[in-house]
Design a protein around this ligand. Sequence first.
Ligand SMILES: Cc1cc2nc3c(=O)[nH]c(=O)nc-3n(C[C@H](O)[C@H](O)[C@H](O)COP(=O)(O)OP(=O)(O)OC[C@H]3O[C@@H](n4cnc5c(N)ncnc54)[C@H](O)[C@@H]3O)c2cc1C
Length: 306
Amino acid sequence: MQDFEFLRPASVDEALQYSRAHPEARLLAGGQSLLAAMRLGLSAPTHLIDLQDIPGLQDIRREGDLLHLGAMVTHARIAASAVVRGFCPMLADLAAGIADAQIRAVGTIGGALANNDPAACWPAGMLALDARFVTDRRTIPADTFFTGLYATALQPGEMLLAVRIPRPDAAHYRKQEQMASRFALVGVAVARFGTGEPSTVRVAITGLGNGVQRWPGAEQRLSAHWSAAQLDGLAWSASAALGDLHASAAYRAHLAQVLCRRCVAVLPAASAVATPEPAASRPSPFRALAMRLEQFLQTLSRSLTR
Ligand SMILES: Cc1cc2nc3c(=O)[nH]c(=O)nc-3n(C[C@H](O)[C@H](O)[C@H](O)COP(=O)(O)OP(=O)(O)OC[C@H]3O[C@@H](n4cnc5c(N)ncnc54)[C@H](O)[C@@H]3O)c2cc1C
C-alpha cells in the first residue's frame, strides 16, 4: 500500500472541498472494496476522505411513496430496519444475504453502488426498483447510473448522497451464490409496479460478467401477464454472458432464466392488492436476534472509534 493522507470531514461541503483540492483523493465508505484494491496496488489515492462523520448520510426514512437510504447506511442496518422491511421486504432480504456479518457491518449501500462490482447484489436491486441516485449535483435515474464494469455515471469528485427508491407492489431478489464470497454467480431482481394487467415489470440481472443489465424480453412478457409460465421458451443468450473459473457463460445464462422464474413464483398473483411479506423472507427469531446484535455491535464500534 502506498502512503496516503487520511481526512475526516464533518460535512458534505468539507468533503467536496477536499475532493476539489486533491484530484487523486478517493472517498472512503466502509473500505470493503477500496482498501482491498489499495492493498493489491490497483488503486493508489493520495488522500482518503472518510465519510463516516457526515450527518445525514446514514439516514433511513420514508418520504411518501419513496424510501430514502443515505449513502453511508450499512447492509446490516438495512437488513435490520423495520422501516425498510415494512416498505419493501426485498431490500432487507437482499442486504441480509450479502457476504458475512463483518462485511455487512461496515459495507455500505453507497459504496457498493459507486463501486458497481459486476457480481454485486445492490445494482440489480436498485435497477429493478427504478431507484434514483441523489448526488451533490443532480439526481440520476437507475437506467443511466450503471454504465458498465465497475463504471457508473458518477463524475470524478461527484459524491453519492442517497438513493431514493419507489415502492413496488411486489419485488424479489434471488441469487446463486459464489460459495466463498457470497457474491452473485448470477442474481436476479424482479419488481412489479401495479396490481392489474398490464402492469410494469422490471427485471435486472447481475453476475453475467458485463455489469448489471435489464432483461427486456422477460419484462415484456411479465408485464402483459404475471406468471412464471410466461418465461417458457425465453432464454438469456450465452453469448451475452461471460464465463470464468467459477461458472461458464452457458451456466450463467441458464441461471438467469431459472432465478427469474423463481422470483416470479414466490410473489403474489397479479390480482393481489398489497405486497404480503413472503413467509420464507421473514427472519427467524434467531436471525432477528443476530441482526439486532450485529446492529448493536456496529453502533458500539462506531462510538468507540470516535
Ligand atoms: C468478501 C466480500 C464479499 C462480498 N459479497 C457481496 C455480496 O454478496 N453482494 C454484494 O452486493 N456485495 C458484496 N460485497 C461488497 C460489499 O457489499 C461492499 O459494499 C462493497 O465492497 C463496497 O464497500 P464499501 O461500502 O465499504 O465502500 P468502499 O470500499 O469504501 O468504496 C467503494 C468505492 O466507492 C466509492 N465511494 C464510496 N462511497 C461513495 C459515495 N458516497 N459517493 C461516491 N463514491 C463513493 C469509493 O471511493 C470506492 O471507489 C462483498 C465484499 C467482500 C469484500
